[in-house]
Design a protein around this ligand. Structure first.
Ligand code: AMP
Length: 358
């Protein structure tokens, strides 16, 4: 059953993704309530109401469940227990299982390989000895990552030609937390697919974006990606497989490495709207944000077709100085997140430059 106009959607997390979800919800006639410990967060500035409390605060979760017809989230580190508690009272989309899978890189890789979506080779690492053995297996190179709570390249260390020795203290330096070593992938490019699954099981996948990261942070997403049509279809098919296997409702972001022969290795899942899908608000009739709201509200999914080629660029820290010039440029859609203080590495906004109408 679809949500009636005027119903309230609960959003866990108050960052820019929550803000854009709240804006899309408002345009479809819904109200929003945001659960976020930081007062006056980017999402709360455009939502109807904020519950200022921790994501796992039992009283706040009860209040959110009571106020919402459906609950969603804007980040993947929502405590699984909180999502499960809420789900006993109100529909929660995407399902808590998606959080479980995406929160641990080892669980995520096992899940992906289990459904036939290939990833880089990997080994769990809990001690310096495990690391030494794993690096030997991968001929001395690899990317060591924390299994949990990593984002924007944080909690990662790259090894090249480290077959012997020098491992002492590395696990401690990584915080003595469970780790995973992935083989170092010599990828040609990185792409991501933003796809949605509705409550009726229908799937809509946007064309893959080609992504450039710097210092682990997404800088640009370019449409179309410079990949063969077969590679683009394979990426969309993999996303559809993941959505079906998780019995998913909502938007997911799936990042892939593209190898020289055009084959794909999945890198990461984001069970939410994704930074590399921001271009959809400027170059598609139905953005990833509206698509997510449609899915969780039980509305039919919209077309993921792109009317224009484009490049989305993040505005990080001092990039805000570019704003006056961007405002003067025709064909640029600017989106600022309402964050008062600009800090190095902080995502302040983004813009999408329309390159060519299709
Ligand atoms: P992640 O946090 O897993 O998305 O990694 C951040 C970035 O590090 C990716 O977008 C890649 O550019 C790079 N990276 C991550 N894992 C690997 C890998 N196994 N091989 C090569 N590069 C990687």
């Amino acid at each position: 059953m679809s949500l009636a106009p005027g119903s309230t959607i609960g959003i866990i997390g108050g960052g820019q993704l929550g803000r854009m979800l709240a804006m899309a919800a408002a345009r479809l006639g819904y109200r929003t309530v945001v659960l976020e410990p930081e007062a006056d967060c980017p999402a709360a500035q455009v939502a109807n109401r904020q519950i200022v409390a921790a994501y796992d605060d039992p009283a706040a979760l009860a209040e959110l469940a009571g106020a919402s017809a459906v609950v969603t989230y804007e980040f993947e580190n929502v405590p699984v227990q909180a999502a499960q508690t809420l789900a006993a009272h109100v529909p929660v989309y995407p399902p808590a299982r998606a959080l479980e899978v995406a929160q641990d890189r080892l669980t995520e890789k096992n899940f992906l390989n289990g459904i036939g979506v290939l990833t880089a080779e990997f080994c769990p690492v809990d001690t310096d000895d495990h690391l030494s053995a794993a690096l030997k297996k991968f001929s001395g190179s690899g990317v060591l990552k924390t299994r949990r709570m990593g984002y924007d390249g944080k909690g990662q260390r790259v090894f090249r030609n480290m077959e012997t020795g020098g491992f002492a203290g590395i696990c401690e330096a990584m915080g003595n937390v469970p780790l995973i070593l992935e083989s170092l992938v010599a990828f040609e490019r990185e792409i991501s697919v933003i796809a949605a699954r509705g409550q009726d099981g229908s799937v809509a996948a946007y064309d893959p974006a080609e992504n450039i990261h710097r210092e682990g942070i997404l800088r640009t997403s370019t449409l179309p990606a410079a990949i063969a049509p077969d590679t683009a279809s394979a990426a969309k098919q993999a996303a559809a497989k993941i959505l079906a296997a998780l019995d998913y409702v909502g938007v997911i972001g799936v990042e892939f490495f593209v190898l020289a022969d055009g084959s794909l290795l999945a890198n990461e899942l984001a069970p939410r709207v994704h930074n590399s899908g921001h271009w959809t608000e400027a170059a598609c009739i139905v953005s990833q944000f509206e698509q997510h709201i449609r899915a969780i509200a039980g509305l039919p999914l919209g077309s993921p077709a792109r009317h224009s080629d484009c490049v989305m660029e993040n505005l990080i820290g001092d990039d805000m100085l570019k704003v006056p010039a961007l405002l003067a440029e025709p064909g640029v859609m600017l989106h600022l997140y309402g964050k008062a203080e600009s800090r190095p590495g902080r995502k302040m906004g983004h813009f999408t430059r329309i390159e060519r109408r299709r």
